[in-house]
Design a protein around this ligand. Structure first.
Ligand code: HEM
Length: 349
């Protein structure tokens, strides 16, 4: 079926090209220089259709009874430039960037190991994330992982998977990846918008962030740097990742997902380059976030899965927030002690 469609497409293209050629040739008697060039070329170099192709690739509108933007343009030459950018810098640099980030995280983990609690856990728990914050987070996180995996299959699959798994499985897998990417994308956008609303109030920069940044978060020195509910690194992930990259990925994705708003092919090509570049940078940053939220820091994953942290954890990693919560005047919800015997306390035991 696909082959039949391809043959029909080829036949139509050849028909259109020969039509252009014939049209050029027919007007040969007129003073149209393009038609004269084609006429001469036919006599001096039979079979050389360069003037026809030049005309086809010029991007000039031809005639068609169909309505719509650019429908009379048979070949848009910028498409070839786009293809070279896709298969060149985007794939090559993007692929290496991801590999290097993974290698850096592996090197960091093997040399430094996970960030462990220095004090003994107290057994007293503080609520760190309420259920709205957690549901929002996991909606975004799970949809992000699905989008990242399907996006990687669509971008690199031809080079990496096809030679290994063959055409049948690869076509099935890419069709699945494309549909997942298209349907999960809008869910991710809604989750992201909600995340911006829910998390913004504790992400405004303050003086403590400058100190945290000046000391590199104590990551290399291993020294304790006081931070509020979110430290400067987390705020950077919120503003640079969630807000900036999130909006750029969503806007460019919507331009690609709904081509029925009469956007030009060139607009789609630019949107694709932005979408792929932003997506790859988002994934690179996301890898760092996922690392620190799972194996990189003891107690972090529980904070987002169950919503609570040990007081010792809160004091070591977010001392200013801990002090606020203990004073009972925390502006930042949720905070507060988790009563012993609460369901999520039991789950921890
Ligand atoms: C499987 C993927 C992910 C895991 C395992 C994960 C894990 C975590 C954990 C453990 C925290 C709590 C940190 C703390 O208590 O200080 C957290 C916070 C957060 N996550 Fe994720 N996350 C994932 C994906 C994402 C994605 C894709 C986004 C956004 C695009 C995101 C945005 C946030 C934000 C805004 C916070 C609060 C501030 C911060 O810690 O940066 N997460 N995540």
């Amino acid at each position: 079926m696909t082959t039949l469609l391809r043959l029909c497409g080829l036949a139509l293209t050849l028909f259109a090209i020969s039509g252009t050629g014939a049209a050029l040739a027919q007007t040969g008697s007129s003073s149209d220089p393009r038609a004269q060039a084609q006429q001469e070329r036919r006599d001096t170099q039979p079979g050389n259709n360069a003037p026809v192709w030049r005309e086809v690739r010029s991007g000039n509108q031809g005639y068609t009874s169909m309505q719509g933007q650019e429908v009379g343009v048979l070949v848009q030459s910028a498409g070839e430039t786009w293809r070279q950018i896709r298969n060149g810098p985007v794939t090559v640099y993007g692929g290496w960037m991801l590999i290097l980030v993974v290698l850096a995280l592996v090197a960091f983990f093997t040399t430094k190991g996970a960030i462990k609690l220095r004090e003994k856990p107290t057994g007293r728990m503080l609520e760190r994330f309420n259920s709205l914050e957690r549901v929002t987070h996991w909606t975004v996180a799970i949809s992000f992982v699905v989008l990242a995996a399907s996006g990687l299959i669509l971008l690199f699959g031809k080079h990496v998977l096809l030679p290994i798994i063959g055409y049948t499985l690869f076509s099935w897998l890419t069709a699945l990846a494309k549909n997942l990417h298209n349907f999960i994308g809008p869910l991710f956008i809604l989750g992201l918008l909600l995340m911006m609303v829910v998390y913004i109030r504790d992400n405004f920069p303050n003086a403590a962030d400058l100190q945290w940044l000046a000391k590199g978060g104590g990551l290399l020195s291993g020294k304790h740097v006081p931070a509020g509910r979110f430290n400067a690194g987390q705020k950077g992930w919120f503003w640079g990742g969630v807000v900036l990259l999130g909006i750029a990925a969503s806007a460019s994705g919507l331009i690609l997902l709904f081509p029925n708003f009469d956007q030009l092919r060139f607009t789609m090509q630019i949107a694709w380059i932005v979408h792929a570049a932003v997506g790859l940078i988002f994934m690179a940053m996301g890898l760092g976030h996922i690392y620190i939220g799972t194996i990189g820091m003891e107690g972090a994953y529980q904070a987002m899965r169950l919503g609570n942290v040990d007081e010792a954890w809160a004091k070591e990693h977010h001392e200013l927030w801990y002090n606020e919560v203990k004073k009972g005047g925390a502006k930042s919800a949720p905070g507060g002690a988790v009563p012993a015997g609460a369901p999520h306390m039991r789950e921890k035991q």
